[in-house]
Design a protein around this ligand. Structure first.
Ligand SMILES: O=C(O)c1cc(=O)[nH]c(=O)n1[C@@H]1O[C@H](COP(=O)(O)O)[C@@H](O)[C@H]1O
Length: 265
């Protein structure tokens, strides 16, 4: 089973296009709860409500020498039928990219990874060479500074659209997707219209203020699918108390149902 089949299978089984982001910040965890316990509890509480989990490597690397081991145990705690998108935003010269891909897919066992296209095709290809894994290329990111480069125009076309077009050319195994922030709903619509077949990873709702309604309506394909709506802090920090897992479940349930409401409207 390849990544798209696994993603679609989980989304249909859970009737959900919600991706639960795992961004554990030490200072925000309930006292006495370890990073692994925190993530495992969130995974257990939301696994029937998510189409994917997205651990962001930064928060595990920041733990120091144990961080990578903890990241692997968190990935292992995700039920096997739900895909894990490792958010690592990789991008480097060929042999380094080969090592990054091996780390993400063979060591950590992630089903997909986020990559930065700035260094071009040879920096992305080592990831796409794993035909059963997914690769999400940054296209139009959610942060305020994304306009610095991504909206610069070349022959009348903004860079983010050129990236999206390139990704189609690079998509030999059909395992590529794009990252487009929910804070950029117009660009999201443009990308979806131009590329109806690609999965889109859409972060930026909740803490970053992107409109959920526009993220869903502008992000879904013709069948109301392939828009992976990520939310991290809104779910995992719904409560700072001992009830954090139950609160995360409630937040995920609300989001999942709202996403479905807009998908079907
Ligand atoms: O690649 C990403 O996932 C990503 C791309 C982007 O444009 N914006 C963005 O916020 N992200 C990630 O998505 C998550 C968003 O977290 P929340 O804002 O807490 O929902 C973080 O892990 C970000 O690193």
């Amino acid at each position: 089973m390849n990544f798209i089949e696994k993603l679609t299978g989980a989304a249909r089984a859970n009737d959900s296009w919600l991706c639960v982001g795992l961004d554990p910040e030490l200072g925000r965890l309930p006292s006495g709860t370890s990073t692994f316990e925190f993530c495992r509890a969130v995974i257990e509480a939301t696994q029937d409500l998510a189409c994917a989990f997205k651990p962001n490597a930064a928060f595990f690397e920041a733990l120091g020498s144990d961080g990578w081991t903890i990241l692997k145990t968190v990935i292992d705690a995700v039920p096997k039928h739900i895909p894990v998108i490792l958010d690592a935003k990789r991008g480097d010269i060929g042999n380094t990219a080969v090592a990054y891909a091996r780390s993400a897919f063979e060591h950590l066992g992630a089903d997909a990874v986020t990559v930065n296209p700035y260094m071009g095709y040879d920096s992305v290809k080592p990831f796409t060479d794993y035909p059963d894994r997914g690769v999400f290329v940054l296209c139009r990111t959610s942060n305020p500074g994304s306009a610095d480069f991504q909206s610069l125009e070349f022959d009348g076309k903004p860079l983010y659209q050129i990236v999206a077009d390139k990704v189609v050319n690079w998509n030999t195994f059909g395992n590529l997707g794009l990252v487009v922030g929910a804070t950029k709903p117009d660009e999201l619509r443009t990308v979806r219209v131009a590329h109806p077949e690609l999965p889109l990873l859409i972060p930026g709702v909740g803490a970053q203020g992107g409109s959920l309604e526009l993220a869903v309506k502008n992000g879904v394909n013709a069948t109301g699918e392939l828009a992976i709506i990520n939310s991290s802090r809104q779910i995992i920090y719904a409560s700072y108390g001992v009830d954090f897992a139950a609160a995360a479940r409630q937040a995920a349930l609300n989001l999942r149902d709202q996403i479905n409401w807009y998908r079907r409207k």
